[in-house]
Design a binder for this molecule. Structure first.
Ligand code: PLP
Length: 392
């Protein structure tokens, strides 16, 4: 399948019916103990625990199938799965840092990524510096001989800044830093990390890959073997393996990722256009809109957009915000995205940033366009604005 397109890879990667009684999907192995028939076999497995089936936590044919699928989609060498997206981030950061290192982290990363850097890496002797996500090649001024990792997330969480990944990656190479990227928003369909200089691509598979809001899963794909080995070792040390049924759900989600993403993309753009016309909305933060500051970079590097974006509305009292969001019919309020259902979440980026300032006075609302019909979603939002205005 070397020349297969992404749509075809999504359908065929990681499964081999011929090796499995003709059954279309790979088997789901529930496993802790693995038995070895001889002392020779036991010792051979001990000598190379990174490969093959050794013990349930270190991988099974079910996890290998998921990892093989994602690595093929991302165009990387190999992948390592984890129990959640955050476990993937923590594992990858740990794999490439040690006491005395300097690590650069984008100021717009997912909150718990920032927390892991501050509350785990710093106490372990790593110097963590947050940087303006729009810094581009200017990152050269922050790089030091001991900078071991540059951590990117593009677009950024909540506010969607697009990073100049190739420029940052090129600068990072000059000091030998490893470039990690949280690629969850774009999925492997809309951003090809290894074509843009990234070394290690991370996904909260919990989001679009699983796609149905019913499992936690993470995955780390590495550009080459030299990068994969420390990641696999770190994952083994942490012991954050996923359960077999969640891996199965991840693989099942991949089969329909392309058709779902097309719909998420289309609906989000329809909602974003409608929201941009509303008097209550001061800004729409959606990278695929020409009025978004990072739009040119998005257009250069991405091949599509997903269902997640934000809006800024005029400053309103808390009671009016509550009137707006409490009685939503279709949009749910909750801390995830990437499932089939629409979500809306009030957020406060100003309270999180440290390297940059979020000065917009209005309330930021993050929306996830699910797979409902956009007309119905617009009606739900229209009613929400009606309640907001009545409460002012
Ligand atoms: C951008 C991003 N990365 C990582 C994660 C963490 O994923 P998980 O919830 O699977 O740990 C999230 C979760 O919301 C996220 O939004």
């Amino acid at each position: 399948m070397k020349n297969a397109t992404t749509d075809t890879l999504l359908v065929h990667a990681g499964r081999s019916p011929r090796d499995n009684h003709g059954i279309v999907n790979p088997p789901v192995y529930h496993c802790s103990t693995v038995l070895f028939p001889t002392l020779d076999a036991l010792e051979a497995s001990d000598r190379n625990q990174l490969e093959g089936v050794h013990y349930g936590r270190m991988g099974t044919p079910t996890s290998f199938a998921f990892e093989e699928s994602v690595a093929a989609l991302e165009g990387g060498w190999r992948a390592v799965h984890t129990a959640s997206g955050l476990a993937a981030i923590a594992t990858a950061l740990s794999a490439f840092t040690k006491a005395g290192d300097h690590v650069l982290v984008s100021d717009s990363v997912y909150g718990p990524t920032r927390r892991f850097a501050r509350e785990t890496l710093i106490p372990y002797g790593v110097e963590v510096e947050f940087f303006d996500p729009c810094i581009g090649a200017g990152i050269a001024a922050l790089l030091r001989p001991n900078t071991s990792v540059v951590f990117l997330e593009s677009p950024g969480s909540l506010t969607f800044e697009i990073q100049d990944v190739p420029a940052i990656a090129e600068a990072a190479k000059s000091v030998g830093a490893t470039v990690l990227l949280d690629n969850t928003w774009a999925t492997p369909l809309f951003f090809r990390p290894f074509d843009h200089g990234v070394d290690v691509s991370i996904h909260a598979a919990t989001k679009y890959m699983v796609g149905h809001a019913d499992a936690m899963l993470g995955v780390i794909t590495c550009r080459d073997e030299e990068l994969w080995t420390p990641v696999k070792k770190a994952a083994t040390r942490f012991g954050t393996c996923a359960g077999p049924d969640d891996l199965f759900l991840g693989m099942r989600g991949l089969r329909t990722l392309s058709v779902r993403m097309r719909q998420h993309q289309e609906s989000a753009l329809i909602l974003a256009d409608w929201l941009a016309s509303r008097p209550e909305v001061t800004r729409v933060l959606h990278p695929a809109r020409p009025d978004f500051p990072g739009h040119a970079l998005w257009k250069r590097d991405f091949t599509g957009s997903s269902g997640l974006f934000s809006i800024v509305i005029n400053p309103v009292p808390r009671a009016a915000l509550a009137a707006m969001v409490d009685d939503l019919e279709l949009f749910g309020m909750g801390y995830s995205w990437g499932g089939f259902e629409s979500l809306l979440l009030p957020t406060r980026p100003a309270a999180i940033r440290t390297a940059t300032r979020w000065t917009d006075p209005g309330q930021v609302l993050r929306l996830h366009a699910g797979l409902e019909h956009p007309d119905d979603l617009i009606r739900d939002l229209d009613n929400a604005f009606r309640r907001l205005n009545a409460a002012l």
